[in-house]
Write a protein that binds this ligand. Structure first.
Ligand SMILES: [Zn+2]
Length: 411
């Protein structure tokens, strides 16, 4: 066994501790999705990518997992502010929360995994004090340079005690797209519980696992996502730390996300029972649905493989847009045929000049999209496809534009 892998999750549910974990989708051994090659033939270390479901609490989870210290180190190249869609989402979130919670110059907003500070800066613009916690040192530095106070730490109970001693109870704690990235969910929740008093609202935003299953979004399974969340499993972990799931917002982000509101003092509203019911109806606890999901994922992978082979036979020139994690899971599941891509373009300058992990496809700047005169452009991050399609039409007006999820189709 590799040193950087922990076996714990392969036998015991990390939310409820049950041993009733069922293997649902094994995507084989893949490189880490953020670990780009420096040369086309660089051999990257591969790790298992094997999703299981807890039949007791419905948490989807990777079995053996790569330790966060290995995944979220310095070289982590993802910057949230690189996507215009995300920046707009952040602006709307800040303004609606400021209204809802009546935030002002005396409130404090703490964001966990605050990335380059793009969300907190939206609160700052409204005159609300903020504090970010971000484990990746280079990303935290970018935030600090932009004027967003940021601690370089992995969040948990230990750091929460420190923040509480320095700043007291925040009015709002935001954990967007991070709770699933933490192997020790209980330490993370314990930290939020330490920071929360009766007036604190905690919001946890994450793709819905029920939506992942229903819409076959298997390409959102990657090593950084230790857990796949639902209202059922979030509620289980929250309750263990004196917090209640009191509200759920449904969001269109990442194909379908939930924003879970936790509180120490409020009572659950109707959105909680409605979401729990929807998740049951979506087959969260139904092994037949899990099997059907795995079969559809296999068909999607085969569909992209056949599409690549067809493009090759017809002499087409295929390039990709968006060096996204989900694209890497998909391309690595497809295997050799992914090398049909001449290159992929991406707006993130950290990725340009490198090679996609596993498929080894070169990454260029978006301005170079048309340099090989592509006949076809495949959009890999389907969740921001409309934004990217607009840019592609400007850069390569004659190319056909495709997405591969939930099935291969031309835009
Ligand atoms: Zn469980």
């Amino acid at each position: 066994m590799k040193e950087t892998i922990s076996p714990r999750g392969s036998s015991e549910c990390r939310a409820c501790g049950s041993r009733e974990l069922v293997s649902v989708l094994d995507l084989g051994e893949q490189p880490l999705p953020a670990e780009y090659g420096s040369t086309p033939d660089e051999v990257l270390e591969r790790f298992p990518l094997h999703m299981r479901i807890c039949s007791n609490c419905g948490l989807g989870q990777l079995g053996e997992y790569v330790l966060p210290e290995r995944i979220f180190h310095d070289a982590y190249p993802y910057l949230s502010s690189a996507s215009a869609t995300w920046v707009e989402h952040a602006r709307q979130f800040a303004s609606s929360m400021a209204d809802e919670l009546k935030l002002d110059a005396h409130s404090l907003v703490v964001e966990l995994a605050s990335n380059d500070g793009y969300l907190l800066s939206a609160f700052q613009k409204l005159g609300i004090p903020v504090l970010g916690v971000e484990p990746a040192d280079n990303v935290a530095s970018i935030a600090r340079e932009a004027g967003v106070p940021t601690l370089t730490e992995f969040f948990g109970a230990r750091i929460a005690e420190k923040i509480f001693a320095d700043r007291g109870h925040p009015r709002l704690i935001v954990a967007n797209n991070v709770f699933a990235h933490i192997p020790d969910m209980h330490d993370f929740m314990a930290g939020m519980s330490i920071l929360a008093d009766d007036n604190t609202i905690i919001t946890i935003e994450n793709p819905s696992f029920a939506v992942l299953l229903q819409n076959t979004l298997f390409d959102t399974i990657y090593h950084e996502h230790y857990s796949y969340l639902t209202a059922h499993s979030v509620r289980v972990v929250a309750k263990a730390h004196g917090l209640e799931l009191v509200h759920v917002d449904q969001l269109p982000t990442h194909g379908g996300s939930n924003r879970y509101w936790l509180s120490r003092s409020k009572l659950p509203d109707d959105s909680v029972s409605a979401t729990l019911e929807t998740e049951k109806r979506a087959g969260l606890f139904d092994p037949d649905e899990w099997l059907a999901f795995a079969a559809r994922a296999g068909a999607a992978i085969e569909g992209l493989r056949k599409w690549f082979n067809k493009r090759q036979l017809e002499g087409d020139v295929v390039v990709g847009y968006g060096a996204a994690h989900k694209g890497n899971t998909f391309l690595n599941a497809v295997g050799e045929a992914s090398k049909t891509l001449v290159y992929v373009v991406d707006a993130s300058s950290e990725k340009q000049g490198k090679f996609l992990p596993g498929s080894q496809v070169p990454v260029l700047a978006p301005e170079q999209l048309a340099s090989a005169q592509p006949t076809d452009v495949l959009i890999l991050p389907w969740n921001i496809a409309p934004e990217l399609a607009e840019r592609i039409r400007l850069l390569a007006p004659n190319a056909r534009i495709w997405i591969a999820q939930p099935a291969m189709r031309q835009l």
